[in-house]
Design a protein around this ligand. Structure first.
Ligand code: PBG
Length: 310
């Protein structure tokens, strides 16, 4: 019987996600054994610099791909939003799984909502996407960078100078913490989620046909269709999770997909948005990307990338 090794990062959230996938695979009752293996990545070790400057989330994914290439693990569970829009030669996205709440949430010490926070409040995030949208809604607050996993950010909010932080609902939901700590679910109009937010992506080696076949059983074709539109947008703006772009798609009746996407300036002064419905997710992402780039998105993103290189 083949033992399939599932690779995961070692944060509590990553482990929760990997365990969830392991249970789903075990539940299929196929003649395989499953094991989890934790991979400590460079990104996990670097804690004192802005992650964006050292290569962003792509860094975690790259090291996990190396472990797959070396045969140390057979598949890898990622938060969909951490997977770069172009997957390197030799690897495939074997499954996209069901999506939990895709929204961002605000957690504030005073339990005040975004529109109730006093002017000058300090909001913690390490995402330019969240920063630009928060500043667009509340130009009178200050955004400060905060790093670390969910637990670390919660602790920093209490110990350091943050009045509130923004996190993904998905992570909290998976940890079972939403009820306890969420102050406000942010409407997509105020904080359009990251491409892929809330879904999981499972990566494997392209030549491992057993695994590809196995993953088909936990693939959610409907979620995958929406994620495909979002990722087509990301790829066509040449975006990553380091730049201020956002995209969220929903399935309409029939087979149509509606994609809403945004490119913003980090200061929140320019928010370019578009929403369109279509039957071809790949094309939809491409059309919206071209539109936003043409309306000034290109200049914004070129500037952001230049700033990141400095
Ligand atoms: N940026 C890090 C990250 N990557 C995935 C999640 C969890 C949410 C998800 O699975 O989409 C988080 C935490 C967060 O953004 O608050």
């Amino acid at each position: 019987m083949r033992t399939i090794v599932i690779g995961t990062r070692k944060s509590n959230l990553a482990l929760k996600q990997a365990e969830w996938v392991k249970e789903k695979l075990e539940g299929l009752g196929l003649p395989y054994k499953f094991e989890l293996k934790k991979i400590v990545t460079k990104g996990d070790r670097i804690l004192d610099v802005t992650l964006s400057k050292v290569g962003g989330k792509a860094l975690f994914v790259k090291e996990i791909e190396k472990a797959m290439e070396d045969g140390e693990i057979d598949l890898a569970v990622h938060s969909m939003k951490d997977i770069p829009s172009v997957i390197p030669e030799g690897f495939s996205l074997g499954a996209v799984t069901e999506r939990v709440d895709p929204r961002d949430v605000l957690i504030s010490e005073s339990e005040k909502k975004l529109h109730e926070l006093p002017a000058g409040s300090v909001i913690g995030t390490s995402s330019l996407r969240r920063q630009s949208q928060i500043l667009a809604a509340r130009p009178d607050v200050e955004v400060k960078w905060i790093r670390g996993n969910i637990e670390t950010r919660m602790r920093k909010m209490k110990e350091e100078d943050f009045d509130a932080i923004i996190l993904a609902a998905a992570g909290l939901e998976r940890m079972g913490w939403s009820e306890k700590i969420v102050t406000e679910y942010l409407a997509p109009e105020n904080s359009l989620p990251s491409v892929g937010q809330g879904a999981l992506g499972i990566e494997c080696r392209t030549d491992d046909t057993d695994i590809l076949e196995l993953l088909q059983h936990i693939h959610d074709a409907e979620v995958a269709r929406t994620v495909q539109a979002e990722r087509a947008f990301l790829k066509n703006v040449e975006g990553s999770c380091q730049v201020p772009v956002a995209g969220h798609a929903v399935l309409e009746e029939g087979d149509d997909v509606t994609l809403r996407a945004l490119v913003a300036s980090p200061d929140g002064k320019t928010l370019l948005q578009d929403e369109q419905t279509g039957s071809d997710p790949e094309r939809l992402g491409k059309v919206i990307a071209a539109n936003l780039l043409e309306r000034g998105g290109k200049e914004i993103l070129d500037q952001v990338k230049k700033d990141l290189e400095e």
